[in-house]
Design a protein around this ligand. Structure first.
Ligand SMILES: Nc1ncnc2c1ncn2[C@@H]1O[C@H](COP(=O)(O)OP(=O)(O)OP(=O)(O)O)[C@@H](O)[C@H]1O
Ligand SMILES: Cc1cn([C@H]2C[C@H](O)[C@@H](COP(=O)(O)O)O2)c(=O)[nH]c1=O
Length: 205
């Protein structure tokens, strides 16, 4: 049994990841893979409790980063690593790139501290493919405002999201072998068609 693949979805709030994640999961299923769809923060009973706190309570920025990695540690142990070892494909709505982008870029926590946590929590595992959903800030804000009540992160100001988006782009440049940028200014059907081609190519490789 060969190890499964680990695919992560990233982007600023409102960029459109959640809209496209079920499309990818069902495409992979049609291609013959067993798929585990999950998310961060969250993905386990403990992680979902941490998610509630993270999305609603104000806290020190280091507490926030530590709780993101605490949720991740549990998620890796309970869900991600066992699934990959079984040969399943894991589709995860956010992972460590989000911590670099939000806590590092947005909140300005030193990158070295995040790198130390990453080296502790998952020294050997990185996503095989990261889809970075990208849209101009104003479009993301406008889509979010139309669609729901905003949580603690979604209520942040435009400069927070500009810095978060910049850090995502910096990481996409740093890790070009696994990042693919999906521009979601296009209509959902066009974005799905683009992702379809990309996922089929990745699954064949
Ligand atoms: N390509 C698109 N064209 C037009 N509207 C879109 C597109 N993709 C998503 N939307 C709309 O934008 C809103 C936000 O999308 P979605 O919830 O998928 O974003 P998200 O990136 O997952 O945000 P979050 O990270 O906060 O959950 C939804 O109302 C969705 O219907
Ligand atoms: C994993 C992770 C997430 N966040 C933030 C980013 C989002 O605003 C929320 C999660 O909400 P979503 O609707 O599920 O995208 O959490 C973060 O700041 N740092 C992280 O590591």
């Amino acid at each position: 049994m060969s190890r499964g693949k680990f695919i992560t979805f990233e982007g600023i709030d409102g960029a459109g990841k959640s809209t496209h994640i079920s499309f990818v999961a069902s495409l992979l299923h049609d291609l013959g893979h067993t798929v585990v769809t999950t998310r961060e923060p969250g993905g386990t009973p403990l992680g979902e409790k941490l998610r509630e706190l993270l999305l609603s309570e104000n806290m020190h920025l280091e507490t926030e980063a530590l709780l993101m990695f605490a949720s991740r540690r549990e998620h890796l142990a309970q869900v991600i690593e066992p699934a990959l070892a079984r040969g399943d494909w894991v589709v995860c709505d956010r992972f460590t790139d989000a911590t670099f982008a939000y806590q590092g870029g947005g909140r300005k926590l030193e990158r070295a501290k995040l790198e130390a946590l990453e080296a502790w929590v998952h020294p050997h595992l990185q996503p095989d493919l990261t889809l970075l959903f990208d849209v101009p800030l104003e479009v993301a804000r406008e889509r979010l405002a139309r669609s729901r009540n905003l949580d603690r992160f979604e209520q942040e100001k435009a400069d927070f999201f500009a810095a978060t988006r910049d850090e995502y782009h910096r990481r996409a440049q740093q890790f070009p072998q696994r990042f693919r940028i999906i521009e979601t200014i296009r209509p959902v059907a066009e974005v799905n068609a683009l992702i379809d081609g990309l996922i089929r190519e990745f699954a064949r490789a």
